[in-house]
Design a protein around this ligand. Structure first.
Ligand code: S3P
Length: 429
């Protein structure tokens, strides 16, 4: 375990960085390449620990995958190319690997065992194993299949019309992936739209995906054809530097090649509503996803209310939005975000406890938090609790805190942004 120390910055943040690949899209590119027919080449892949866990699991399922930094080549042999693993499939810290892979394993006629780290062992899996069992797959695990270790024996599955209680792309994707090899039609209806990378990328791999409002459906018996995929920069990683530039005086930075999929871009809406000064340029499309360069400079900010359909569009950004809100004028209220409780940590608890240590005035609620703006933050010892986004949120808070912010378990940051501190240094020069 390592510790990082961040000191108050003496200079505004300036310069340009290219944001590393999107985590959600990198996972999908590898998984879909593994079940496709032919050779898939992925460029701009995120070599973060979570995505490396996906590569490791699919290698154990018999797929030849060569990874060289941001380039990954996957020799797909179709659905039937996956083989019964002789080893346990270890997902590390990755919820996306766990849930999407379960959707793939659900239709494979072999036995496999899925485990992960201490955080994964606490995350609810019944939201995926329940509907996959309803489709006819055999899955068992602790507490009736809700927690890892999970054992799967895929079966002859049939399509379902699934009404999801949560807006979760992991749930939606797992069921749709199983649906591709199930009898009949499978549909998933969500309470609000979650990220739609699976829908977009399945289409790129030649699958027919029907969308009707909040319902997505696929017909069984579909195969995927290998593709070349370009992964956009991860807006969830960009969010840390967008907020840093908004709150550190005299900053003006440009983040290049950032994915701006509307199902992910809630952070831009929030920054704009709070009064941040943002310019979006060079808008283009890469790999079926909109991308652009984003310039942002520091400005006066005001508190807002964040709730409803906006929440799934920024769910991973709430830790850093809390830091942003602590520097705005007035109160920011975050509602409808109960899902925060089942992320890598209970992010309502960890955001509130760690920001409080730095001097913020922030209160947990049942479904979110209330942050009073205008706090002067000060140094303290905090922890990531093994949660990459908590670690990075604390590091950005450290840039404006008087004294030193010492972040325990800072190694967690490598889960989604291995070059985070290197990029932060570049912007401080
Ligand atoms: C993800 C979906 C979201 C998100 C996670 C990545 C994905 O989780 O929080 O970081 O790649 O599908 P949920 O599906 O649980 O909302």
């Amino acid at each position: 375990m390592s510790t990082a120390t961040v000191k108050k910055t003496q200079v505004g943040l300036n310069g340009k960085i290219r944001i590393p690949g999107d985590k959600s899209i990198s996972h999908r590119a590898v998984m879909f390449g593994a079940i496709a027919n032919g050779t898939t080449v992925v460029e701009g892949f995120l070599p973060g620990e979570d995505c490396l866990s996906t590569i490791d699991c699919f290698r154990k399922l018999g797929v030849t995958i060569v990874q060289d930094g941001e380039k990954v080549t996957i020799e797909g042999k179709g659905w039937d190319g996956l083989q019964e693993p002789t080893e346990i499939l270890d997902v590390g810290n990755s919820g996306t690997t766990t849930r999407l892979m379960l959707g793939i394993l659900a239709t494979r006629p072999f036995h496999s065992v899925v485990i992960g780290d201490d955080s994964i062992a606490k995350r609810p899996m019944a939201r995926v194993t329940g509907p996959l069992r309803d489709m006819g797959s055999y899955i068992d695990g602790r507490e009736n299949g809700n927690f890892t270790p999970l054992a799967v024996r895929g079966g002859a599955t049939k399509g379902i019309a699934y009404q999801s209680k949560v807006a979760s792309a992991q749930v939606k994707s797992a069921i749709l992936l199983a649906g591709l090899q199930s009898k009949g039609v499978t549909s998933v209806t969500e309470p609000a739209l979650s990220r739609d990378h699976t829908e977009r990328m399945l289409e790129a791999y030649g699958v027919e995906v029907k969308r009707d409002g909040l319902t997505v459906s696929v017909e069984g018996g579909q195969t995927l054809t290998a593709q070349n995929i370009i992964v956009p920069g991860d807006i969830s990683s960009a969010a840390f530097f967008l907020v840093a530039a908004a709150i550190v005086p005299e900053s003006n930075i440009t983040l290049e090649g950032v994915g701006l999929n509307p199902s992910r871009s809630g952070i831009i809406d929030v920054l704009e509503q709070m009064g941040a000064s943002i310019i979006i340029t060079n808008e283009r499309v890469a790999g079926g996803e909109p991308i652009a360069d984003i310039s942002i400079s520091s400005s006066n900010l005001r508190g807002i209310e964040i709730s409803g359909d906006l929440i799934p569009r920024l769910i991973d950004e709430i830790p850093i939005i809390a830091v942003l809100a602590s520097q705005a004028e007035g109160k920011t209220i975050i509602r409808d975000a109960e899902e925060l409780k089942v992320k890598e940590t209970n992010r309502i608890d960890t955001v509130v406890s760690e920001l409080t240590k730095l001097g913020a005035t922030i209160t947990a609620t049942d479904d979110g938090m209330v942050i009073e703006g205008g706090s002067s933050l000060h140094g303290a010892a905090v922890s990531s609790f093994g949660d990459h986004r908590i670690g990075m949120a604390m590091a950005i808070a450290g840039l404006i805190a008087d004294g030193e912010v010492v972040i325990e378990r800072s190694e967690a940051i490598a889960v989604s942004y291995p070059s985070f501190f290197e990029h932060l240094n570049t912007l401080q020069k």
